[in-house]
Structure formats: structure tokens, C-alpha cells
Design a protein around this ligand. Structure first.
Ligand SMILES: NC(=O)c1ccc[n+]([C@@H]2O[C@H](COP(=O)([O-])OP(=O)(O)OC[C@H]3O[C@@H](n4cnc5c(N)ncnc54)[C@H](OP(=O)(O)O)[C@@H]3O)[C@@H](O)[C@H]2O)c1
Length: 247
């Protein structure tokens, strides 16, 4: 079976900036119509929309906070209603909650769990009602948080580890329906969340075998592979895009 790129529809959560924006642009370049959510950055969302349309595809920005259950489910339903179908879900929206465990506030913990775990689960639950044979789910975890969590990332690592469990369990559950579920583990990637010129960047770079941060497009290229024909036999996998930082 060859995965058809024409007329497929993707939903990317957190697609207005950073990795999610690169994924939205790359999927459009691959010939896929792309809906994407964002929380506040309307200007950035319009810029991503313009790039999707420049590739000749249809784009759909949806303002939807992943911490709001109704908004998450609504984004999936709006995608299907306006773009006609859903073939690909990329669970990318995420927030960082850092600091020694004694310092993590209830609100920060609650928000990290709501966005990074509950929002991913609810988006996936809503999406699988629409995905058919050849459907694709790609979750975005974290290489450092999952494989070498440093002091001060306990809450973030906990949330990202939950997505690892979800990925593996759903790969088996949805395999019989021809739907793949995979986890990408970005390492240090140059975005607003983790700028390559930040105070902490030197220490991160020292762990990276290739000696440099990833660009968001590096992560998007692997999403493209997983949702394309090359990904047809890959499911339940965790793929690090970290320049060898956890080799
Ligand atoms: N950058 C890294 O080094 C790195 C490493 C490992 C894993 N990751 C993971 O990669 C993913 C993307 O990170 P990034 O670095 O691209 O982050 P980013 O630069 O902070 O961009 C985050 C994107 O997600 C959206 N977003 C944030 N909170 C949201 C919410 N509650 N509801 C809906 N959308 C929301 C933002 O929308 P607005 O523009 O509206 O704010 C923005 O489009 C995250 O899951 C992160 O944990 C990043």
C-alpha cells in the first residue's frame, strides 16, 4: 500500500511557532492540508497559514488552548467539519515546567499535566473516531526528559513519559485498524522554548555529538517520513532527533 499524500488532512497542535510551525509547513510542502492550533500567537498563526497556502494547500488556524478539554475536542471536530476528513494528528503543543521538586507550584504542575498529558489524550481520543486505515499519530516527547532527565525537570519528565506509555499502548490497540502511533524525542531544538543562544545553551550543546542544536525543520523532516509511505511499517517507536545527545 502506498500512502497517498494528495487530499490528506493533518491537525498539528501548537502549530503557530517552533517545532509545530515547522511541521505544519513541511506537511503542506508534502501536499497535505493542515489545520493547526495555537493558544495566543495570532500573528504567528497567520504567518504559518500564509506559508501553507503558498504551497497550494488549505490551512486552518484554530485558537484552542490544549489545557481546555472542550477546546481540544472542538479543534478536532472543526478540522473534520471544515477540511472534510482527518488522516494525521501531530500532538506537539507542550509547556515546560521546571525547577527543583519543592519549588514546582500546583498551578504549574496542573498546567503541564493538562497540556502535555490530558490534552494529548483527548485530542487523540477525538481523532481516532475519524482516522481510517493509513491514519497516523505522531507524538512529540523529549529526548533529555525521557532518557537523561536532569535535576529540575521532574514535572516535565513525568508528563513526557506519560506520552511514551500512551504511544506504545495505542500502537498495539490501533495497529489492527492500520493506524500507526509513534513518538519523536527532540533534543535541544532552537525555538522560543529553548533558544540556541540562551544562557543554558552552552551546557546543552556540550552533550550533543554533532555539537549543534537541531532546527525545527529537522524534527519536521522525521514527522514527514513517519506520515509518508516510508512510515507505513513503523509504529510504537521512539525516535530521538537529538544530534546524538543521548547516544
Ligand atoms: N525546543 C526544544 O528544545 C524541545 C526539546 C524537546 C521537546 N520539545 C517539545 O516540542 C514541542 C514544541 O516545543 P517548541 O520548542 O516548538 O515550543 P515553543 O517554541 O514554545 O512553541 C510552542 C507552540 O505550542 C503552542 N502552545 C503552547 N501552549 C499551548 C496550549 N496550551 N494550547 C495550544 N497551543 C499551545 C504555542 O502557541 P502560541 O504561539 O499561541 O503560544 C506554540 O505554537 C513541545 O511539546 C516541547 O515539549 C521541545
Amino acid at each position: 500500500m502506498t500512502v497517498q499524500c494528495g487530499n490528506r488532512v493533518a491537525l498539528v497542535t501548537g502549530g503557530s511557532r517552533g517545532i509545530g510551525a515547522a511541521v505544519a509547513r513541511r506537511l503542506a510542502a508534502d501536499g497535505i492540508d493542515v489545520a493547526f492550533t495555537y493558544r495566543t500567537a495570532g500573528d504567528s498563526a497567520q504567518s504559518v497559514l500564509a506559508d501553507i497556502e503558498a504551497y497550494g494547500r488549505t490551512g486552518l488556524p484554530v485558537r484552542a488552548d490544549s489545557a481546555d478539554p472542550a477546546a481540544v475536542v472542538g479543534a478536532v471536530e472543526q478540522t473534520v467539519a471544515e477540511l472534510g476528513r482527518l488522516d494525521i494528528l501531530v500532538n506537539n503543543a507542550g509547556v515546560f515546567a521546571g525547577g527543583p521538586i519543592e519549588s514546582v507550584s500546583f498551578d504549574d504542575l496542573d498546567r503541564a499535566v493538562a497540556v502535555n498529558v490530558r490534552g494529548v489524550y483527548l485530542a487523540t481520543q477525538a481523532a481516532v473516531r475519524h482516522l481510517g486505515d493509513g491514519g497516523r499519530i505522531v507524538n512529540i516527547g523529549s529526548s533529555f526528559a525521557s532518557r537523561v532527565p536532569a535535576p529540575g525537570v521532574s514535572a516535565y519528565a513525568m508528563t513526557k513519559s506519560a506520552v511514551n506509555g500512551l504511544t506504545r499502548a495505542l500502537a498495539r490497540e490501533l495497529g489492527p485498524r492500520g493506524i500507526t502511533v509513534n513518538l519523536i524525542l527532540p533534543g535541544s531544538t532552537d525555538t522560543d522554548m529553548n533558544p540556541a543562544d540562551s544562557a543554558g545553551a552552552y551546557a546543552q550543546r556540550s552533550h550533543i555529538a554533532l555539537g549543534r542544536y537541531a532546527a525545527p525543520a529537522d524534527v519536521a523532516a522525521t514527522v514527514s517520513h513517519l506520515v509518508g509511505d516510508g512510515g507505513r511499517h513503523i509504529t510504537g517507536a521512539s525516535i530521538a532527533i537529538d544530534g546524538g545527545a543521548t547516544a
